[in-house]
Design a protein around this ligand. Structure first.
Ligand code: SAM
Length: 233
């Protein structure tokens, strides 16, 4: 097993934000959105008849350029999203993306650190995050914050890259999925895979914050996913 090799936590230069925004995340984002929309549909059905059903608010941590909130809000008009990131430049690009598609009123952008969120306990129906965890040196605090801010009976949906077993496998994945990308994008993907967690590491973090480790699963040759419907204690 190759050791975890950290990469810089935030992506906060104008070039990084523009480069990230120009990469094709379409298929990955669609798959992520479809899984979250299923969780939302279950949640809305469960709350039908109550005020909660019509006013569902989801927190997206490490939103980047807000492409996932856009995909979600286009497909569910009853959804509001608070989209947070630590990088001002990413949020700047996100703002432009939201304006372009007319979703500035349903997605609220906030600069916030996912390790220490400036919000009250139990205030979101769901918390989602894609590709944030591998950026964070000690991601346990992010999982703790997710558990703290989600409502009882809300949901968590977290997906990230999976660290490969060997350098050869890492190189194979870079070739397979970023073979056509520019050198900077290939290097970013390489570094991200190297900074990612293994399934065992994710499961240990879940256990430490009282979540069932089995809710983390390997969901592709390069991803793990945590999908949890929180139960009231
Ligand atoms: C690889 S991007 C993923 C963006 C988006 N979720 C997506 O799937 O397209 C990771 C994002 O996490 C942000 N980030 C890193 N550490 C963070 C933290 N502690 N709190 C909030 N955002 C953070 C980075 O600035 C970056 O925008």
């Amino acid at each position: 097993m190759i050791p975890r090799q950290l990469e810089p936590e935030v992506m906060d230069t104008r070039e990084e934000a523009a480069d990230y925004n120009s990469m094709d995340h379409g298929d990955i984002n669609r798959l992520f959105a479809e899984a979250v929309l299923e969780l939302i549909a279950t949640h809305q059905a469960k709350c039908s008849g109550s005020a909660d059903a019509n006013d569902l608010t989801v927190l997206d941590l490490g939103t980047g350029t807000a492409l996932i909130p856009i995909e979600l809000c286009r497909r569910n008009e009853r959804l509001k999203i608070v989209a947070t990131d630590l990088a001002t430049e990413m949020l700047h690009v996100a703002e432009g993306n939201l304006q372009r598609v007319g979703l500035r009123d349903v997605v609220t952008l906030e600069r916030a650190d996912a390790k220490q969120l400036p919000c009250a306990d139990h205030c979101f129906d769901g918390v989602i995050s894609n590709s944030l965890i591998h950026h964070v040196p000690e991601p346990g605090s992010v999982f703790h914050e997710m558990v703290r801010v989600v409502k009882p009976e809300g949901f968590l949906f977290v997906r990230d890259l999976l660290r490969p077993d060997s350098s050869a496998e890492l190189d194979r994945l870079v070739e397979l999925y970023a073979g056509e990308a520019n050198p900077h994008q290939r290097q970013m993907f390489h570094n991200s895979l190297h900074a990612a967690l293994t399934l065992d590491e994710v499961q240990a973090l879940l256990k430490a914050c009282g979540l069932p480790p089995g809710t983390a699963q390997i969901t592709s040759d390069r991803h793990w996913t945590v999908s949890v419907k929180v139960r009231p204690v």
